[in-house]
Write a protein that binds this ligand. Structure first.
Ligand code: BG6
Length: 480
């Protein structure tokens, strides 16, 4: 890698300490980022030593493989500049940048536009002898209109090709495996359509509550925090058409095509197609936990949803008539996340006492990333009877290196691989799907569910006759 500078704006913040630095530390340890200088930039008037102490503390807490000797090597790549987000103060970075430089906005979302503009005004968006790129964290806007405003602000100085909108789910193994498994195997494509698929459930359940993030979450809620971005990406990758050539723009074209084919929701259909909930007090494992409204920083009468579920339909030849159920919630019964595709039942008759089972293909994200196929096989014994079996394939073999989503995406950003970053029209069309729900949810209240449960009972109303939500309680790999 040619000498490159990574400038992190918001370098004293939580994202940098918890996710970015541990990822960079590991990449450095594996010698994957030779020649990278990391320049922290934030408003705290710290010097380099103070910054290093802060980062070291974070690595001790969040990097599983922290070693003092490694740290000494890594810390030589670090530097720090204090300043605000004005072009005048950012100019202090001049003379410290290599021709190739990546700017990472690890800032509160309302500052993305200001920072991108100020970097441009300070002359950092172009380099005669190298390249300049800008990584923008999520959420990109809070609705369609604000996303468009932010886009205009950023594009005053930066071209679309320089802007890397990050959605860390695109760096997860399971997300990338959706593309590999779907398109690298002959047996899947013929059955990946409405003729053979009955329903798709995309669930992301967390036992965590709002933690220390109330200031952000109170305004975001589960729909903006998880569904508009992460789940919508899983959805479009599950449903998109095969690519004729492997090309970052074609991939994004195909994902947008899926979002454009979603049957639009409107004020009349939101009630039948969207459900929201908020957790009340309950238990996670054996520990009692407070309700959302009792969490620090949350309004006592907050109407923010901590659970959101949608039923979407795709109006095209491949998927017409197949419901896609998307749901995500905090303080649910377990950390269980998956993309589960259910196939239609086989027609009879079946031999002996065999009953037609439900075939599911499951791309599992949590508790561990793997692929499960639930099938019916003969139950051992004298009778010809069937039972459900799980063919389970973890991705990583023993000893094989796995990379976190941030490690993967930082490498992509540094090497200029754009396939796993969002183009603006993906963000735009995802907001077009979500906006009517946001609008409808300005009125009324979320349903309540007990912390540690499977979410609000109201989610049942989204299901088509004969469909059931997959339980999020059972251990991974158990047939359901
Ligand atoms: C983030 C959301 O983008 O994703 C969080 O803001 C959520 O609320 C998190 O907990 C889940 O992602 P991961 O990778 O930590 O499982």
């Amino acid at each position: 890698m040619a000498a490159t500078t990574l400038v992190i704006l918001g370098a004293t913040g939580d994202l940098t300490q918890r996710l970015l630095m541990p990822a960079l530390y590991r990449l450095h340890r594996l010698d994957l980022i030779p020649g990278l200088q990391i320049l922290g930039y934030a408003k705290e008037s710290w010097d380099r030593e103070r910054f290093e102490r802060h980062i070291q503390k974070g690595l001790r807490a969040f990097a599983p493989d922290f070693k003092p000797a490694e740290w000494r090597r890594f810390s030589r790549c670090l530097d720090y500049v204090a300043g605000d987000l004005s072009a005048g103060q950012l100019a202090a970075l001049k003379g410290r940048l290599t021709p190739a430089a990546l700017f990472y906005l690890a800032l509160p979302p309302p500052l993305f536009g200001t920072a991108a503009l100020a970097l441009g005004e300070a002359g950092f968006a172009h380099s005669a002898r190298g390249w300049r790129r800008l990584v923008v964290e999520k959420p990109f806007g809070t609705d369609l209109a604000s996303a468009e405003t932010l886009r205009t602000q950023i594009h005053r100085c930066w071209d679309e090709k320089q802007v890397l909108r990050i959605d860390h789910f695109l760096g997860k193994e399971t997300t990338q495996n959706l593309m590999v498994f779907r398109f690298a195997n002959r047996f899947l494509e013929p059955v990946w359509n409405t003729k053979h698929v009955a329903q798709v459930q995309i669930s992301f359940a967390e036992t965590l509550g709002v933690e220390h993030r109330a200031a952000y979450y109170e305004h975001a809620g589960a729909l903006r925090d998880m569904l508009q971005n992460h789940l919508m990406q899983l959805f479009s990758l599950t449903a998109m058409e095969p690519l004729s050539t492997w090309d970052a723009d074609l991939l994004r074209d195909h994902k947008v095509e899926v979002l454009r084919a979603v049957t639009p929701l409107d004020a009349g259909t939101v009630k039948a197609c969207a459900v929201r909930g908020q957790y009340r007090q309950g238990r996670i494992g054996r520990s009692p936990v407070p309700g959302y409204r009792r969490e620090p920083g949350v309004a006592r009468d907050s109407r923010t949803e901590t659970f959101a579920a949608l039923r979407l339909e795709i109006n095209n030849w491949r998927w017409q008539g197949v419901p896609f159920y998307l749901r995500s919630g905090k303080r649910l019964a377990s950390d269980c996340s998956e993309i589960a595709v259910q196939f239609r039942k086989v027609p009879g008759p079946l031999p002996g006492a065999v009953a037609a089972g439900n075939n599911w293909m499951i791309f599992r994200i949590r508790p561990r990333e793997c692929l499960d196929l639930i099938a019916t096989a003969k139950r051992p014994g004298l009778k010809l009877a069937g039972h459900s079996v799980v063919l389970s394939a973890p991705y990583a073999r023993d000893g094989e290196a796995e990379f976190s989503a941030y490690e993967q995406l930082l490498m992509d950003a540094l090497s200029g691989e754009r396939a796993h970053f969002l183009r603006f029209d993906e963000v735009e069309w995802a907001w077009r799907v979500i906006d009517p729900v946001l609008h409808a949810w300005q009125q009324g209240d979320p349903a309540f569910y007990a912390a540690g449960s499977e979410g609000p009972i109201e989610q049942q109303r989204l299901l088509a006759p004969g469909h059931h939500w997959r339980s999020i309680r059972l251990p991974a790999g158990a047939p359901r």
